[in-house]
Structure formats: C-alpha cells, structure tokens
Design a protein around this ligand. Structure first.
Ligand code: ADP
Ligand code: MG
Length: 325
C-alpha cells in the first residue's frame, strides 16, 4: 500500500463530511474564522519505544496520539475542533496495521467531535513516529493559561495520580505483586489516557491557571508556578490514588519515596489547576456535576519552585530521584 493509496483509502474517509479538508485533495485546508472565539492550537509527537511500546495494538496507538493532544485542549478549557496528522511509517506497517491505525482514529474522532483536516506522510527506517496538531475553540481571550496563579491559590488535580507511572511498569510486566485485575486496569490507563474534556465548564468558571499532567504532577504543577512567577507546595499524602495504586502503596516500605515516584512519573493526563480558596468548594462541585473528581493537593506560594511534603516534612524532589529533606 503506497502513500497515495493510504491517504485515499484510509484517511480520506476520516475527512468525509469535513468541508474544511477539501477531500484531502488540496495542498492545504482552509479553516473559517469563528467570530468571538480564539483558535487554540497544540501539538504532540509520539515515538515508538519512547511513548508507546512496539507491541501496542495500532488502534490504541492512534487513540493515544489523539488523546495526549486532547488532554492539552482539556487543560485549556477548549472545545475540540480538528487536527492535522503527521506520520512516518516504519517497516512492518503493512495494510492490516495501517487499517487498524485508521480505525482507532475514526473511533476517537467520533467520540470527541474531532475532524481530520490533513497531514503529511513519509517513510522512515524507524522508529515509527507520529504527530498530531489539534485545533480547539475557546471564547476570545478566555483560554486558561499556566500563568494566572496567585499566592494563596489552592492547587487541585483531577482523577487519580500515579496510574501512568504504574501502568508503564504493568505493561512491562514489572508489577507481579499486584493481582491480574489491578495490573490490567493500570496497563489500560497507560495505553489509553482519558483526557478530561468534561472539566471545561468548571475550569472556565473557576480556574486561575491550568495545565495537563503529562510529565508528572510535580513538574506540571511546577510549570504553572514558574509561568506565574511563583512556587507550589504539594502535600503528597493528599494525592488521589486509584484502587490499584493504593494496593501498590500498601506494599511499599518508604511511603515518602513511593508517593514521590507517583507524583513525578508521567503519563497521567489529568488536569492540575489553581483557584482562589473561596472558590474551591464551588469548583469541586461543578467538576463533580461533570463526572470528574477534583482533589485539593496543595497551594501556590511566593517562594519559587515546586516542593513536596509528606506529613508536614519536606521531601526534596527532582525529575530523576528524591532525597528526604
Ligand atoms: P504535498 O505534496 O503538498 O506534501 P501530500 O501529497 O503530502 O501533499 O498530501 C496530499 C493531501 O493528503 C493533503 O490534503 C494532505 O493534507 C493529505 N495528507 C497527507 N498525509 C496525510 C496524513 N497522514 N493524514 C491526513 N491527511 C494527509
Ligand atoms: Mg506532503
């Protein structure tokens, strides 16, 4: 299956009913402006062996590509609109695998109301590399920035933290101390992130700053703090944990170090955000109405840097390791 056939047979159907894409037969797509809105643009690239495993099913890889990008739109409070798709096919990506890949795109496009506008296709000796550029809409001037946090704001995070870190371990077969059901749930969470698009109303109404949790909670909370010219303090014992993560913690001797691992591991695709203390209750209630749990995990401080504490004792953190303070 050559590049032309791939576009014609697999990608053109994904752009059917999308006049902006011009049937994937032109040099470019033309996106009409939407009065009163800003076009929110984000892009992420995934590399085999780095962001997913070579053995992962092609449809799940495609869905992960869309979802890691949708997670950025979710954190900005933006409504998904469409995307451009860049693919470097590697050896072994035969028609059957490409067809499955396109099926995964179709599934999540439909689920999130995303349209395919176009892309670019090349071949590579490897590794298989894919990128997507997503477009979303936010009311003009209202996209939620990383830089809006104020001293004294509370830090909140959606869902649960650490499942991405444990999910990668599970996928590599490194979690044999947990039961099969827990391992399966964690693996699924790593392979198929769930972007928090439902949070948009609560974020738009209450968040002073927001970011998606892709690099690790501490790093991403730190990004909000840095962009705001401030610091962040996170109480590790307040981290919301899934049942499998709670099970894993029970077998860990040093709770501080293990919680720090969950808070610095990546791939959670939750949203970390800030709000004024007197807004937090209303924000949590609004998120709950949308079906998403928000948990208060710390606060914004004037001292720069992101810090973790455990039982009031500071735990020094960095990207690669931890020492007790
Ligand atoms: P060019 O020669 O200008 O690079 P191409 O032949 O690569 O144009 O692309 C032809 C059409 O197919 C364009 O509309 C382009 O957006 C679309 N296209 C190419 N690759 C992809 C892809 N991976 N996904 C979606 N559309 C694609
Ligand atoms: Mg091209």
């Amino acid at each position: 299956m050559d590049e032309f056939e791939t576009i014609e047979r697999l990608f053109r159907p994904l752009a059917a009913g999308t006049p902006e894409a011009l049937g994937l037969m032109d040099d470019a797509a033309a996106l009409p402006a939407r009065p009163g809105f800003d076009l929110v643009v984000t892009t992420d690239t995934l590399v085999e062996g780095v962001h997913f495993l070579a053995s992962d099913p092609p449809d799940l890889i495609a869905r992960k590509l869309l979802r890691v990008n949708l997670s950025d739109l979710a954190a900005k409070g933006a409504e998904p609109y469409g995307y451009l798709l860049n693919i470097a096919w590697a050896p072994g990506w035969d028609e059957a695998r490409r067809t499955l890949f396109a099926k995964g795109l179709a599934e999540d496009q439909a689920a999130c109301g995303l349209k395919l506008f176009g892309g670019d296709t090349v071949s590579t000796p490897g590794p298989f590399t894919i990128g997507a550029t997503l477009f979303g809409w936010a009311p003009a001037g209202k996209m939620i920035l990383r830089s809006g946090a104020r001293v004294g704001d509370l830090l909140l995070v959606s869902g649960t933290i650490g499942d991405g870190f444990l999910g990668l371990k599970a996928a590599r077969g490194e979690l044999d101390q947990l039961g099969a059901e827990a391992v399966c749930a964690l693996e699924e969470r790593y392979r198929l992130p769930r972007p928090r698009l439902e949070l948009s109303t609560a974020l738009m109404q209450f968040a002073s700053a927001s970011a998606d949790v892709s690099d690790g909670l501490i790093a991403d909370a730190g990004n909000i703090a840095r962009a705001s010219g401030l610091g962040a303090e996170i109480a590790l014992e307040k981290l919301p944990l899934s049942d499998p993560a709670t099970g894993w913690m029970a077998g860990q001797a040093d709770k501080s170090v293990s919680l720090a691992a969950l808070a610095t591991g990546g791939d959670d695709y939750e949203v970390v955000c800030t709000t004024a203390p007197d807004q937090a209750t209303a924000m949590i209630a609004a998120a709950e109405r949308a079906g998403v749990a928000l948990t208060i995990i710390g606060s914004v401080t004037s001292e720069p840097g992101a810090r973790g504490t455990h039982g009031g004792v500071s735990v020094a953190l960095d990207r690669t390791g931890w020492r007790h303070g």
